[in-house]
Design a protein around this ligand. Structure first.
Ligand SMILES: C[S@@+](CC[C@H](N)C(=O)[O-])C[C@H]1O[C@@H](n2cnc3c(N)ncnc32)[C@H](O)[C@@H]1O
Length: 424
């Protein structure tokens, strides 16, 4: 191997009308048919909006007291819906920021599946740079991507087949003042005519009843449909899981892996420009590393510095490009740690100065940490089955001092090895 390698939560409210008993979130289920229907409308009335303001920022521990108080003057299901929405808004803050999340509407699935604003706006800017002025956003969800596109000045046709999700996407376009630029349509994307748009963007559903879906053909709609649609448009971008095998990337596409704050968020297949190119983009920034088609880096002895490439670089198989820029090599042919003698600044990898190298041996590590008066130990690993927490407990049973250190559990030229150092 090379280194490339709605919620069914039960409501406590007695159903005023058994046909419309409210469950968690803003979806009402007709119990008789278990058919979800859009229930956003009551929250968009003046009373609903006032309730949303009243429950803003309610801590989970206070929900019961707040609900009891508000139910004296408002329908119980509306109070529950407002509280459910407040909870979703809090969850959405990490993706959309407190200001937008506090005004937007969500469904439980919509929060999970939406693109975070940083990534969506980066992609929207790329579309704009390609001269794209209108996009068919196929599988728009609650509108994470449509919002970013509209904010970049791009006109959007946003399509989703789920009625509750469509209602939320429409409300979001409205509340963010983007309704002039976003047309939300309830439809199956496979039946939508995208002719007349400069580009299509597809973000298929990658979660099923049993969790995440890894087979791109099991996405909804399947990746092959998305690729066929992309090839018919002047420009296209398809959002896929970062774990997509490189062999599944069509020859006519450019593949881009995107991380934000060091966490890999997605891969995007771009059509209409850059066929065959590979890039890793790090946010915030953005900083983009373009593949140069280099062969695997050489393996060399451990030098003074160890570089840990960003996850997007590793997923994009661009470790060789970073190694070349650092005049470094790999510590082992199967491991994505780069080692070099010089310290060179790079946004694509974190640098550590290595002070000690020892064969994998917990007792020796423990003694070394005591000698170095290490009190804070970060454990990183690649190519080791050791459980970092367990190692930390065994190697650092008590605080020896105020020094911080990082230990890398890895293989060096095939041998299980510990490299001790600190971030530069
Ligand atoms: C990953 S989410 C989209 C998230 C969106 N990009 C965002 O940032 O908010 C996928 C969406 O695809 C929708 N979907 C799946 N298959 C569909 C189809 N055949 N037609 C229309 N919508 C579909 C689902 O209802 C879901 O809302």
């Amino acid at each position: 191997m090379s280194y490339r390698s709605h919620g069914a939560g039960s409501s406590q409210d007695a159903p005023a009308n058994p046909e419309r008993h409210l469950h968690r979130g803003q979806t009402i289920h007709r119990l008789a048919h278990n058919e979800p229907v859009n229930d956003l409308a009551p929250l968009l009335t003046p009373e609903g909006r006032a309730l949303l303001d009243a429950v803003r920022g309610t801590a989970p521990a206070d929900e019961l007291a707040v609900a009891t108080r508000l139910r004296r003057e408002h329908p119980a299901d509306l109070v529950s819906a407002a509280l459910g929405q407040a909870r979703l808004r809090q969850r959405a803050e990490a993706k959309f920021g407190a200001e937008d999340a506090g005004r937007m509407f969500f469904t439980p699935n919509g929060v999970e599946q939406s693109t975070r604003a940083s990534v969506a706006s980066y992609r929207a800017e790329r579309f704009r740079a390609l001269g794209v002025r209108s996009v068919a956003d196929l599988c728009c969800g609650i509108g994470g991507d449509a919002i970013a596109l509209a904010r970049a000045g791009v006109r959007v046709l946003a399509v989703d087949r789920d009625p509750a999700t469509v209602a939320v996407a429409r409300a979001n376009a409205d509340v963010l003042g983007l309704a002039d630029l976003i047309e939300v349509r309830e439809a199956d994307v496979t039946e939508v005519d995208t002719a007349g748009h400069d580009a299509v963007f597809v973000d298929p559903a990658r979660r099923g009843g049993r969790g995440r879906i890894f087979d791109p053909e099991a996405y909804s709609p399947p990746l092959s449909w998305a690729i066929g649609t992309a090839l018919k448009a002047p420009h296209a971008a398809l959002k896929v899981a970062p774990g997509i095998p490189h062999e599944a990337v069509p020859a006519d596409a450019e593949a881009e892996w995107i991380s934000d704050g060091g966490d890999v968020k997605e891969a995007v297949l771009w059509f209409g420009a850059g066929a065959g190119a590979v890039r890793a983009t790090l946010l915030p920034g953005p900083r983009t590393l373009l593949g140069r088609g280099l062969p695997n880096p050489r393996v060399r002895s451990v030098g003074r510095y160890l570089y840990e490439p960003d996850g997007a670089v590793i997923r994009a198989h661009l470790v060789a490009e970073v190694a070349e820029d650092l005049d470094g090599g790999l510590v082992d042919e199967t491991i994505a740690y780069i080692t070099a003698d010089e310290l060179r600044p790079t946004p694509y990898a974190s640098a550590y100065e290595i002070t000690d190298r020892l064969p994998f041996n917990v007792k020796k590590l423990k003694a070394l940490l005591r000698e170095r008066e290490v009190g804070i130990l970060t454990v990183k690993k690649r190519g080791s089955a050791v459980e970092p927490e367990e190692l930390r407990r065994k190697a650092l049973p008590k605080q020896h001092g105020r020094n911080a250190a990082t230990v890398f559990l890895t293989r060096v030229a095939g041998a299980p090895t510990m490299l001790l150092g600190h971030p530069v």
